[in-house]
Each structure stands twice: as C-alpha cells, then as structure tokens.
Write a protein that binds this ligand. Structure first.
Ligand SMILES: *[C@@H]1O[C@H](CO)[C@@H](O)[C@H](O)[C@H]1NC(C)=O
Ligand SMILES: *[C@@H]1O[C@H](CO)[C@@H](O)[C@H](O)[C@H]1NC(C)=O
Ligand SMILES: CC(=O)N[C@H]1CO[C@H](CO)[C@@H](O)[C@@H]1O
Length: 281
C-alpha cells in the first residue's frame, strides 16, 4: 500500500443559511475529491454562524439534516470525511460541539465532542461562555484510514492542551486534525505556533481547519487553514478567503523524522507518565 495520502482541508465560507451552506460544503468536497484527495476535512461550525446564541437554533441530532448530507457526500465521492463541527443536541437536550467522521462507504465511524470549552469574561471587552450553552465531550476519537495510518481529532481550543495531543500520540496517531475558528487576535498570535508545536511535540502531521473570514459575521475568523508536517514545516496554507488547502501525508517521511530525532521513544516514563482515564460519555 502506498505511504502517501492526499488530503484536502476546506476553508469554507459560512453564512446563516444552513441548507445553502450544507450544499455548498458538498460541492467543495466533491471538487476536492475529484483531484484525488482521500481524506477531506471541513472547518469548525461549518453549518451555523459561530456564537453561543446561535447554537440552540442551529443544533440538530445525529443523524440529522447535516449528517445525512455528509454521509451521502462521503459515499458519492468515496472518501473519508471529517465533518468539522456542528452544534449537536442529544436525546436529553444537551448541546455539544461535535465533529462526525465518515468512511468511503458513507458510514458514520466516529464522533468527537469538543473536550475543552472556552469561557472568557473580561468586563467591558469580551464575554464568551461556551459552557453556558454547551457540554464537554469526555473521550478521545481516532479512526484508521489504513492499517498503518491513524488519525486523531480534536476541536479548536483543544489545540491549547498539549497533554491531549500527547495522548493521541500515545494512541499511535500519525495525523491530528483540529477544526477550529481562532479570532483576529488569537489567530495571528497563536494559531500557527500552536499547530506547529503540537506537530513537533508529537512528531505527527497536524492540520488546523478554519472557516473563511467573513467581514459581515459577528465572529470574524482568522482563517489560515494550515497543514504542518512531522518536522514542523508548513506544507499547506491559505489566507482568509474561501479556499481548499491540499497536502500530502507521507508516512515514510514521518518514520524517517522519528528515526532522525527519536525523542518520542526516549521519554522518561520512569520519571513521569501520562495516563488516559476512561470516563462515561
Ligand atoms: C464550538 O465551539 C466554539 C468555541 O470554541 C464555538 O464558538 C463554536 O461555535 C462551537 N461550534 C459548534 C458547532 O458548536
Ligand atoms: C479574540 O479572543 C481573545 C481571547 O478571548 C480576546 O482577548 C480578543 O479580544 C478577541 N479578539 C477579537 C478581535 O475579538
Ligand atoms: C459556505 C456557504 O454556503 N456559504 C454560503 C452559505 O450560504 C451563503 C448564502 O446564504 C452563501 O453566501 C455562502 O457563500
């Protein structure tokens, strides 16, 4: 089996029309697949405007309108598809920030619910309390594209937590995906640095997939969807407009880098350890 996989990261322009945005997402997914991409990733919050006040209106159950569309889209194009994130409502009415994963048969093979919720309150400046509206997920999510290619998934603010990325490394991931929407302050300051840091910490490929910048939206995303390789080099990137970023995951390159700098296998687990705890979902 080839050690190279083409992936596509879609920096989608999101508006407040859910149905239009879903069909637009599917158009771009088909476009990406037609160039040979085997894995396609959508941004955080791609079917709804970004903001706590929109979640109750846009939230849906799984399966629902959005996930049914994604399922068909994965199947038609015979690709692995990571559905960025959507506001999800579960049976009990709780809301989550949830990413869904499909295989090339259109089967839902995993979901990830954002683990770290972003709460901030600076009087007179900014208040953003995700925990008022959302509940956190408690589980890591990985999926296998082949016997030797494992992908892990987390969302946006989760990228600031290096131990989570290290747990994914411990689970054997080669690529870590972060659908995310940093803003115009945190984006320029931290987005690229965090993605490159997580890649270097763990000698993994790391991708951050943002919605496109929309000057008229309440929340103005930084965009700058980025793919980083195992060496920390940026191998794919765009600016703020809608665009598809393509890149190649080369598992031989990953192995070579891990041999050149074998720090993952030289950790002192006799001195420190990292442990994953299994919680109820
Ligand atoms: C997910 O979390 C972000 C905050 O990090 C929130 O603003 C965003 O709108 C949420 N997205 C969804 C789809 O719930
Ligand atoms: C972006 O978010 C940061 C962190 O919450 C906040 O301090 C900053 O004011 C925000 N910037 C904009 C442009 O909204
Ligand atoms: C992503 C997307 O579809 N964007 C579209 C969402 O729908 C609006 C129209 O409602 C389009 O303008 C956006 O291009």
């Amino acid at each position: 089996m080839s050690s190279k996989f083409k992936i596509a990261l879609i920096q989608l322009l999101v508006s407040s029309s859910k149905a239009k945005n879903i069909s637009h997402a599917c158009e771009l997914i088909s476009k990406a697949a037609s160039t040979g991409a085997k894995l396609v990733v959508l941004p955080e919050c791609f079917n709804s405007p970004y903001g706590v006040k929109y979640f109750p209106e846009y939230a849906e159950t799984i399966p629902g309108e959005t996930t049914n569309a994604l399922k068909n889209c994965a199947k038609q194009n015979q690709i692995f598809l990571v559905g960025g994130s959507i506001p999800e409502r579960d049976e009990s009415g709780k809301l989550f920030n949830t990413s869904t994963i499909y295989n090339p048969h259109g089967e839902l093979i995993g979901i990830f619910r954002k683990m770290h919720l972003f709460d901030i309150d600076i009087p007179g400046k900014i208040t953003f309390k995700e925990s008022d509206a959302l509940a956190p997920g408690n589980q890591l999510t990985t999926f296998d594209i082949s016997d030797d290619f494992r992908v892990g998934l987390a969302i946006c603010y989760d990228v600031r937590f290096p131990l989570l990325a290290s747990l994914y490394s411990k689970r054997g991931c080669h690529l870590l995906l972060y659908p995310g929407a940093f803003n115009m302050t945190t984006g320029p300051a931290h987005w690229e640095l965090l993605l490159r840091s997580r890649a270097l910490d763990n000698q993994m490929y790391v991708a951050g997939v943002s919605p496109a910048h929309d000057e008229n939206a309440d929340y103005k995303a930084w965009g700058h969807t980025t793919l980083v390789d195992t060496w920390g080099t940026i191998i794919g990137k765009c600016e703020m407009n809608e665009e598809i970023v393509y890149g190649e995951i080369d598992l031989e390159h990953l192995k070579t880098v891990r041999k050149q700098l074998p720090y993952l296998s030289q950790q002192r687990h006799d001195v420190y350890t990292l442990e994953e705890k299994k919680l109820e979902k």
